[in-house]
Design a protein around this ligand. Sequence first.
Ligand code: FAD
Length: 309
Amino acid sequence: MEIGIRLFRSVILGLAGNPAAAALSRKYGMKLGAARFVAGQTRDEALNRAQELNAKQLVVTMDHLGEGVRTDNEADGYKTEYCALIAAMKERGIQGNVSLKPTQMGLALHEERTYERIRTIVKTAAGCGMFVRLDMEDSPYTDKTLRIVAKLRTEGLTNVGPVIQAYLRRSDHDLKSLTSSRVNVRLVKGAYKEPARIAYPKRGDVDSNFKRLIRSRLDSGVYTAIATHDEKIIDWVKAYVKRRCIPNSAFEFQMLYGIRTPLQLSLAEQGYTVRSYVPYGTMWYPYFVRRLAERPANVGFVVRSLLKR
Ligand code: FAD
């Protein structure tokens, strides 16, 4: 069973970087069922969705989809979009922050220029009292992403933090250093295809490491986002914080737009901070494929969406 799921993930994640599959999916557009996971193709549509979520007591983190850009022009365009997004969120009074992918800002091209673009966004956000999350991508970018966060902080820009992936063997070490600098971190299981040399291949080991990392953060008192739809882990967190008298203000739960919505609402009703990750834009294909890889049933959902038309 475990081997079957690993093979399924590996095949589906292989499609995320496949240009022919990407072109085919663009042709069929949102008909593939991507609308379930993507809040809209335009900023305005996504802001409307964010306001609806705010009205239901969910805060948001907004993501303009795009990754692995190949030119500086493209990366500059994404930077401009993020600055406009932050301004629009402030104008509409949206309760939330933004998440961005470093390769969208050009990390596969040039680290220094990427740094400059992210710095502009983080400064714009600081002016609006907003936080910026740097999503964590595949392992060639782990060190570079952490370096960018560290450098921003040396410039006094503390409204920024990275993501730590529990499937990576190195994460305990990375997290310790971030905790000692009191950096706001999002913890996740990890969504990319990584070799066993650097990542735990077994789900059980990833889950155990995830809990270990969560526990160390909750014990430290440094604000932490726990991003998962795994109800067993969420229940475990709830029990742990209760036992240790850790206040709800020390952490938040995060989930993706369109996934486990009733659970998001129920946690918010129970008094936990719940942040919904709201992606939008036309470059939704790799994001969508990662969502399929996380749950075999989602592939059935896509097939059913196609058959319905
Ligand atoms: P799983 O064990 O995978 O799932 C638990 C249960 O949740 C499943 O049984 C299912 O019922 C439900 N579920 C999970 N995924 C789906 C899905 N796609 N569709 C429907 N139901 C589902 N990963 C990164 O590598 N870098 C990041 O920066 C990053 N940021 C993230 C931000 C947020 C807010 C979230 C929620 C996830 C992020 N991830 C990121 C993805 C993460 O690494 C996992 O791949 C993803 O969350 C699935 O793992 P899980 O913890 O939900 O647990």
